[in-house]
Design a protein around this ligand. Structure first.
Ligand SMILES: C[S@@+](CC[C@H](N)C(=O)[O-])C[C@H]1O[C@@H](n2cnc3c(N)ncnc32)[C@H](O)[C@@H]1O
Length: 261
């Protein structure tokens, strides 16, 4: 699988991401609202963000808490570099109240993931989130990651998963993919025609995104359907140790699942 957007195109990520996901901002706003509603601590948010990228989760939460302690875990030094730069630009690099520690690594590295998720040194409520990353992995790999998360949460604590998912119904599955692809085509074509000099590189970027969605994503369906034979994301989470799983947001492939330990 290629993470072109997190390596050679990391500098374009923030400016292009809404061109690749119609309700990217709304989904992040909903995620931060759900996190806010589920933290009972006095204004303190201790959160591990898997695949943090350039810090979307952190920056959506920044004004909701007096104190944020975030562990930002990502495989791309380029994406984490941009996150750090944004923290500096916000004047937060030596803040005692809005703190980010960065972990450069692969979530498939189970010992590193478990170490990152462990509670050592953490105070108050602990939780885990991940946005737009885990759909790249085979269900077997996801299970390892979900188990590591569930094992490190206490009863009642939650994992907030914003990601892309599939439908059990193949017609809906195709329809949802087409909606996502049309959004990318429409936006990149619009920018390319307005800016002829950069047209080729913008269209090349568009094609990478289209190819990524068509051939690199490994989406698991959510929702139960009579007679279903394939695995559901809710089952993966339940099998990993979450006692309840709720879907709180859904727009074609994009959805938020909240798993409760
Ligand atoms: C689509 S971006 C999402 C970034 C951010 N969460 C957001 O919502 O904008 C996916 C991120 O996951 C990271 N990623 C991909 N594979 C990873 C892996 N195996 N381990 C850790 N991070 C990974 C990428 O580097 C990238 O920053």
């Amino acid at each position: 699988m290629s993470f072109f957007y997190a390596k050679e195109s990391a500098h374009n990520y923030d400016s292009q991401v809404e061109m690749t996901s119609e309700h990217y901002v709304l989904a992040h706003q909903t995620l931060s609202k759900l996190i806010e509603l589920n933290f009972s601590g006095p204004g303190v948010c201790n959160l591990t963000d898997l695949g943090s990228g350039t810090g979307a989760v952190f920056f959506h939460l920044i004004n909701k808490y007096e104190q944020i302690n975030m562990k930002a875990f990502d495989i791309s030094s380029e994406m984490l570099g941009i996150f750090k730069q944004k923290i500096e630009e916000a004047g937060l690099e030596s803040s005692n109240t809005k703190k980010v520690s960065y972990v450069l690594g692969d979530v498939r590295n189970t010992p590193l993931l478990r170490k990152t998720l462990s509670r050592v040194g953490q105070l108050g409520v602990t939780s885990v989130t991940s946005a737009f990353m885990l759909h790249h992995f085979h269900p077997v790999v996801k299970m390892q990651i979900y188990k590591a998360i569930a094992d490190n949460l206490n009863k009642g604590e939650k994992f907030f998963l914003l990601d892309l998912f599939d439908y059990h119904d193949s017609e809906f599955s195709k329809f949802a993919l087409d909606v996502e692809l049309d959004w990318i085509r429409k936006n990149f074509n619009g920018v390319a025609s307005a800016n002829t000099q950069e047209k080729e590189s913008i269209l090349a970027e568009r094609d990478k995104w289209l190819n990524h969605l068509i051939s690199e994503n490994q989406l698991v369906p959510i929702g139960w359907q009579k007679g279903q034979s394939s695995i559901s994301e809710e089952e993966l989470l339940t099998n990993a140790g979450f006692s309840k799983v709720n879907c709180c947001f859904k727009y074609f492939q994009t959805a938020i699942l909240v798993g409760e330990k």
